[in-house]
Write a protein that binds this ligand. Structure first.
Ligand code: GDP
Ligand code: MN
Length: 400
């Protein structure tokens, strides 16, 4: 990682998170699902009617689960089984608005109910003292893990994973055998989940992934029934999607606006509004502004397209931030051609009144034509530059 990215990480930390990002159960389960960890099918609901519809869609008995960023929901009455859609609606009425240790329930996760034969526990987190990742696994799941650690420490198997050597499949087997799982099918399924949990942890820059309970159904299927997923806020800039998962209520109003418009945007603390096409280039754009001595005002990814509406939407979000003094528009034409993007920018500028200076770096496919189009028709506040660093310096200078 460049020093710019590091600097930016710290800045991001200061501005909008200040703490690790705890994901809701349903969000953590989505990340589990993507990593190939089995979870039940479910739907999000914010009203009793939506809960009923969700239950109808899922068919069969469901479990209605309060989505709050605190544990022990079951004991607090935030998790209830419902045999029918009618019942799901009733349970939803009871749970919505409930105060669970200061967290008022506004969202419900309606999930196909599981039959439970066994409840296990599996987690992966940092052991900072050992400078390694730490797995914990026990067949005594479903309850407070602290209680297991205290009352029957021998039942809790711990295993370190070196960040340098990475994860090895034998480590999963050692966990599973160590905890005394004897059924071969269970052993195999759990070992696979252990490996996938490592993948989910690393690819999402997690700080904690906990599955409690990890259940075995009467048919012998192992799956994650709950999820606790915490992501390192310093790594959020490289996971715009997870940045978007943060609680809407807690999020910045600009980010809420961006979400409405379908713009990938993360608010930062500087003066140079940046946008790029593609997540990687957008991140580099943030870095290069820092490198040029400026402070990025945001992360914004235009995505693959350079159509006028996308540009208008992105610019309208970026310029709502009153701290922004200049805009750096960083485009590398690949499949999207620079001449198309140039036309998109001109059309966008024609549709909105933008007084701030804007520096456009165009490179890649049809870059020369794109620059020519801008040079001929652009308003005086638009500057064109062929290289990223030069463009960044110009934008930083204009913002000062
Ligand atoms: P927590 O209390 O916040 O940790 O929420 P969990 O998601 O872990 O659920 C608490 C408990 O509710 C679990 O340990 C289960 O015993 C029970 N539970 C949750 N989902 C189901 C389900 O699909 N079927 C059954 N039978 N019980 C469930
Ligand atoms: Mn749980």
């Amino acid at each position: 990682m460049s020093s710019g990215a590091l600097l930016h990480g710290r800045q991001a930390n200061r501005r909008y998170a200040r703490r690790p990002v705890d994901l809701y159960e349903y969000q953590g389960k989505e990340l589990f699902r993507r990593a190939g960890i089995p979870v039940s099918e479910g739907r999000l609901a914010t009203t009793p009617e939506e809960a009923r519809e969700a239950a109808e869609e899922l068919g069969g008995p469901v479990v209605v689960k309060a989505q709050v960023l605190t544990g022990g929901r079951g004991k607090a009455g935030g998790i209830k089984l419902a045999a029918t859609a009618d019942e799901a609606e009733e349970r939803a009425k009871e749970i919505l608005g409930l105060d669970i240790r200061g967290h008022v329930v506004r969202k419900l996760w309606i999930e196909s109910a599981s039959d439970i034969a066994k409840e296990y526990y599996l987690s992966l987190t940092f052991d900072r003292g050992a400078k390694r990742l730490l797995y914990m696994f026990t067949t005594q799941g479903g309850v407070d893990i602290e209680q297991v650690a205290e009352e029957s420490p021998e039942a809790l198997v711990r295993l370190h994973v070196s960040p340098l050597e990475g994860f090895h499949p034998w480590q999963a087997r050692s966990l599973v055998y160590g905890a005394g799982v004897t059924d071969p099918s269970e052993q195999k399924q759990i070992a696979a989940i252990v490996g996938k949990l490592h993948e989910a942890f690393v690819t999402n820059d997690a700080m904690l992934c906990e599955i409690n309970p990890l259940i075995v159904t009467p048919d012998g299927v192992v799956k994650a029934l709950d999820s606790k997923f915490t992501v390192d806020d310093n790594a959020l800039y490289r996971h715009p999607e997870i940045a978007e998962m943060r609680d809407l209520d807690a999020a910045d109003p600009l980010e809420a606006l961006a979400r409405e418009k379908g713009v990938t945007y993360v608010k930062l603390d500087g003066e140079v509004g940046v946008l790029g096409n593609g997540a990687g280039l957008s991140m580099s754009t943030v870095d290069v502004v820092t490198f040029a001595g400026g402070r990025p005002a945001n992360f914004c990814d235009l995505g693959g397209g350079g159509d006028a509406q996308g540009v208008v939407d992105a610019l309208s979000v970026i310029t709502k931030d009153t701290q922004v003094k200049a805009i750096f528009f960083n485009i590398f034409g690949g499949i999207t051609r620079c001449d198309e993007v140039a036309r998109g920018i001109l059309q966008a500028l024609g549709e909105m009144s933008l007084e701030l200076p804007i520096v456009v770096r165009l490179d890649g496919t049809n870059a020369e034509e794109g620059r020519r189009i801008l040079a001929e028709a652009a308003p005086s506040n638009l500057h064109v530059s062929p290289t990223m660093l030069e463009a960044a310096k110009t934008a930083v200078g204009l913002a000062a």
